[in-house]
Design a protein around this ligand. Structure first.
Ligand code: 13P
Ligand code: SF4
Length: 327
């Protein structure tokens, strides 16, 4: 690096350090808690009180001892925290941090299905707007979806929404017949059977950690069932369950099929093990919208508060409470 490059990198480091100091001071002054999803940028994870998957974030928001919560996730996560904590103020540093999967379904779509299935049960993945959750009977995350489907009353029509890959996986694992909404996450859909097969050939000793939203998930289950891939070295799990598996496994190398932000925590918590993404480009642009700068601004200016109309919140809370009680 030349002199100019060195000076520029020193200045950037000083700016970052200054911003971190500002965030810590504002956080203390406001008595705020910072909650971050496992996909967040490393510098955001480093500042958070809790770094977790969607289920643990929802549970933490419920139990945390702070009047102000800054949710470094995407919009539906902040809504879920606001619904579960009507007495707390919930902020998201960038209102544009949405979710391509949540955007595939609207409340009206659920009402249309219900009109055709008057005794039906609707299970909404947590990646949905509050308005959609308000139309659902149960909510679930990738961390407890199997348990939620198994807990449903028998012999009633079921709609699972909005993720097609997860819904299909749930059908295969639980044997429950369900209508499944045809939504997908643009990041996970790109993690295809072909991409996983390339890694399998290259790293035969590795353990595979696969998120159930991935495009490869049905194929993975099939390959396990016919003995093409070893069951004990393939785990279809939420991002938090990936942390547990990586900690407990004897394997030294892991291939990870999900958004690449998860690698930071996996590597930090397991420095003696190696983690490889199925695809380096599996990055969620919404998750990366939260930066040190807008986190600082959020704490300083108390923006952007996420609120849910009370009637919507009351209906959505039923489904969320059921999710928090299961799994
Ligand atoms: P988790 O269920 O592991 O939180 O990940 C799902 C996801 O894509 C969050 O948007
Ligand atoms: Fe939504 Fe996919 Fe981003 Fe998760 S990774 S927030 S499901 S767009």
């Amino acid at each position: 690096m030349g002199d100019r490059g060195y000076i520029a990198s020193q200045m950037a480091q000083q700016t970052t350090t200054h911003m971190v100091d500002e965030i810590l001071a504002l956080k203390a002054e406001r008595g705020a808690a910072i909650l971050a999803h496992n996909y967040k940028r490393p510098e955001i994870q480093d500042l958070a009180d809790v770094v977790a998957d969607s289920l643990k974030l929802a549970r933490s928001a419920n139990g945390i001892d702070a009047e102000l919560i800054v949710l470094c996730g995407v919009h539906f996560m902040a809504e879920t925290a606001a619904i579960a904590n009507p007495s707390k103020k919930v902020l998201i540093p960038d209102l544009e941090a949405g979710c391509s999967l949540a955007a595939t379904i609207q409340a009206e779509d659920v009402r249309t299905w219900r009109a055709e299935h008057p005794n039906g049960v609707v299970v909404a993945y947590v990646n949905t707007s509050a308005a959609v959750k308000a139309e659902a009977d149960y909510c679930c995350t990738s961390g407890n979806a199997v348990a939620v489907i198994k807990a449903l009353p028998p012999d009633v029509p079921v709609l699972f929404l909005p993720d097609f890959f997860l819904g299909n996986y749930l059908r295969q694992v639980t044997g429950r017949q369900m209508d499944v909404w045809l939504g997908e996450c643009h990041v996970h859909a790109g993690l295809t059977p072909e991409a996983v097969a390339v890694k399998r050939r290259a790293m035969q000793d590795a353990e595979f950690l696969v998120h159930p939203e991935c495009g490869c998930v049905s194929n993975t289950l099939y390959s396990i069932s016919v003995g093409d891939i070893p069951r004990e070295r393939t785990h279809i799990v939420s991002t938090e369950q990936m942390m547990v598996r990586a900690r407990e496994s004897q394997a030294r190398r892991f291939v990870v099929a999900t958004e690449t932000g998860v690698l930071y925590r996996l590597r930090r918590e397991n420095p003696e093990k190696a983690f490889y993404p199925v695809a380096e480009e599996a990055e969620c642009r919404y998750m990366k919208m939260i930066t040190l700068e807008n986190l600082r601004d959020s704490l300083r200016d108390l923006k952007h508060e996420v609120t849910v109309p009370p009637d919507v919140a009351a209906r959505a809370r039923r489904a969320i409470d059921r999710m928090l009680a299961i799994g």
